[in-house]
Design a protein around this ligand. Structure first.
Ligand code: PLP
Length: 602
């Protein structure tokens, strides 16, 4: 590498915007002039972006005659310095002799986080000039493939790299509501909804989801079962294929190249989850099977260690069974009491009642951010603040919120936050538990086995720090990588634009449902996301689901694993269309038309 002191310094202009191509060329040239014969160990790349983070100064040669004549720079991905780097983080801790990787390091316009793109396929040597040009243009170099890691792009012969699509403006996270002085309506300030971004076009997004062109029973598929699971974009499908074709290995424990690639990809996915949640550190991200496992993990570790006889656990009447059963079992096992904050006729948590149930014995509060049965958006930040004021720890179930709105666990201030990958365009069997570092540090292990130990004898065992402490055994490596790709894809669309688009669909759906006689919409919450629940007079919900399926329309009909809240409304089951980024007003029309036909035939 060049001696940084011998080179003048150029500040990349306008962080977090894009440096111009000339500066990039100079950086690339400086890098290539200084290439050593072999890759060698250099310090790890600069720290991740955060508040107050400034991009590093970039050394360039004094008189730059471009070696790389013209470098096309993808619009949303500004490539900053090239940083040769010996596998950092966990793999370096485990074994310094693993194969070196090279990273393109840069900023994404959609997310001012420092992103690294690994080029592990280059087999211990640095890329030559032609390969660098290909990499910067995001084509696979002739010598070998460019493996996407973290926020990188997927090159494939069949689809354009997904990050090359112009991105909407970066989104900002809404501030957490402050504790109210007075009445209930003041507790839930109407969310300022930005108009759907000009770059947000569901008809373009649909092309990213191959399954949406399926026909079922001769009819085009209308997928309105997103609250159960979402469809997967090509970026995720191809990322999984890429992993199995180029990276597959067990992680963390070997000195060979594929172990390095797989470990890099897995840890880069953890960083993607961190960035998506706006957590402070990737050590706060534990990969789990999904929201269910995340909640069980907290109940069985922190819960067992901190909740005892006479203590209280507070949940809300909106919860999914995944956020009821683990607490019920824990309470039974330790002699604690499970309390439930009631829900009003509109389907909102009654905040005054919630406040009244908080007390000196409340050790833990667990609540959903969005109800999967009614679509209610709870005032989660407010409830978290109230629980903290009462001295309780709080878990927020984000399974139904993360696909529909920006998430910021630091603004939310939850102690734990869980979500499932498959509900956010990622694979099944993978999800994440966020936990504040100090709390995770103090939690005992969940399961025992490989990966989670520091040292084992028959007499004594010491454990790894989080997150490894909670990831016993071989995890779902490929699907974690797929989840990273899903979050990168979703982030690229802009969560505020996603929220605005889906809000318009739901309003349309609710408005039209109200015009169909015999239809009863369940709940009318102050704010709704993702889901509408209804029943049709005189026709059971399973029959409605079956008749809609004959028209190619997939919705869920049943209790949605949320029996208590449906019983609150005197029901055992509802019909539940649920929306996502790729749904359109045509889907709403198809649904309403089919419901009208069912009514006429009833
Ligand atoms: N929490 C909520 C609100 C849900 O909607 C779901 C699933 O529908 C879960 C938790 C459980 O998610 P998973 O089955 O992916 O673990």
């Amino acid at each position: 590498m060049p001696d940084p002191t011998s080179l003048p310094t150029v500040e990349p202009p306008g962080f977090p915007g894009l440096p111009d191509a000339g500066v990039l060329q100079e950086m690339a040239n400086a890098f290539f002039r200084a290439l050593p014969g072999d890759a060698r160990e250099v310090p790890p790349p600069p720290a991740m972006a955060g508040p107050g983070f400034a991009p590093p100064s970039v050394p360039v040669p004094p008189a730059a005659t471009p070696v790389v004549p013209s470098v096309p720079v993808p619009v949303p991905f500004a490539i900053l310095p090239l940083t040769p780097d010996v596998n950092p983080g966990s793999i370096a801790d485990q074994n310094r002799s693993v194969a070196p990787s090279l990273y393109l390091t840069g900023f994404s316009a959609s997310r001012p986080a420092f992103e690294r793109k690994a080029i592990p396929a280059l087999d211990r040597s640095l890329p030559n000039e032609a390969e660098l040009k290909a990499l910067l243009a995001d084509r696979a170099p002739a010598r070998g493939p460019v493996a996407p890691t973290g926020g990188g792009a997927m090159s494939s012969p069949t689809s354009e790299p997904y990050f090359l699509r112009p991105l909407p403006a970066p989104t900002s996270f809404p501030a957490a509501p402050t504790l109210p002085a007075g009445g209930r309506t003041a507790l839930v300030p109407p969310a300022a909804r930005p108009a759907a971004g000009a770059g947000f076009d569901p008809s373009v997004i649909r092309k990213d989801f191959p399954i949406l062109t399926e026909r079922v029973g001769g009819k085009p598929l209308v997928w309105l079962d997103n609250a159960a699971t979402t469809q997967k974009p090509r970026a995720v499908i191809e990322r999984l294929v890429w992993f199995y074709e180029h990276e597959n290995s067990n992680i963390h424990r070997a000195a060979h190249t594929l172990a390095a690639r797989a470990t890099d990809a897995y840890e880069a996915a953890r960083e993607d989850v961190r960035a998506f949640l706006n957590a402070g550190s990737s050590d706060e991200i534990v990969f789990v099977r999904g929201a269910t496992e995340g909640i069980n993990l907290v109940a069985e570790t922190w819960g067992r260690a901190n909740i005892g006889a006479g203590d209280e656990i507070l949940i809300t009447g909106l919860e999914h069974h995944a956020n009821i059963v683990p607490w019920y079992r824990l309470a039974k096992a330790v002699g604690a009491t499970l309390r439930v904050a009631p829900v009003d006729d509109k389907g909102d948590v009654i905040v005054e009642a919630f406040a009244g149930l908080l007390g000196p014995r409340t050790r833990l509060v667990s609540l959903t951010q969005v109800s999967n049965a009614l679509g209610t958006v709870t005032p989660a930040a407010l409830l978290v603040a109230m629980a903290h004021a009462a001295g309780a720890k709080v878990l927020v179930d984000g399974a139904q919120s993360v696909p529909h709105m920006p998430t910021d666990v630091r603004a939310l201030d939850a102690d734990w936050f869980v979500f499932s990958g498959h509900k956010v365009f990622g694979p099944t069997g993978i999800g994440a538990l966020y936990g504040k570092k100090a709390i995770l540090d103090a939690m005992p292990p969940y399961q025992g086995g490989g990966n989670m130990i520091a040292d084992v004898t028959f007499e004594a065992i010491s454990y790894q720090p989080p997150p490894s402490r909670f990831e016993a055994g071989t995890g779902n490596i490929a699907d974690a990588v797929g989840l990273g790709a899903a979050l990168t894809y979703l982030s690229s669309l802009g969560l505020a634009a996603v929220a605005a688009h889906e809000h318009a669909l739901i309003e349309d759906c609710v408005r039209q449902l109200k015009t169909v006689s015999g239809v009863r919409i369940v709940g009318d919450p102050a704010e709704r996301a993702g889901v509408v629940s209804f029943v049709i007079e005189g026709i059971n919900t399973e029959e409605v689901g079956r008749r809609l399926a004959q028209d190619g329309i997939a919705v869920r009909a049943g209790h949605h694993c949320a029996q208590p809240v449906l019983r609150r409304f005197g029901l055992e089951s509802t019909v539940r269309p649920s929306f996502a980024i790729y749904n359109t007003h045509d889907d709403v029309e198809a649904l309403i038309g089919a419901i009208r036909r069912i009514r006429v035939g009833a």
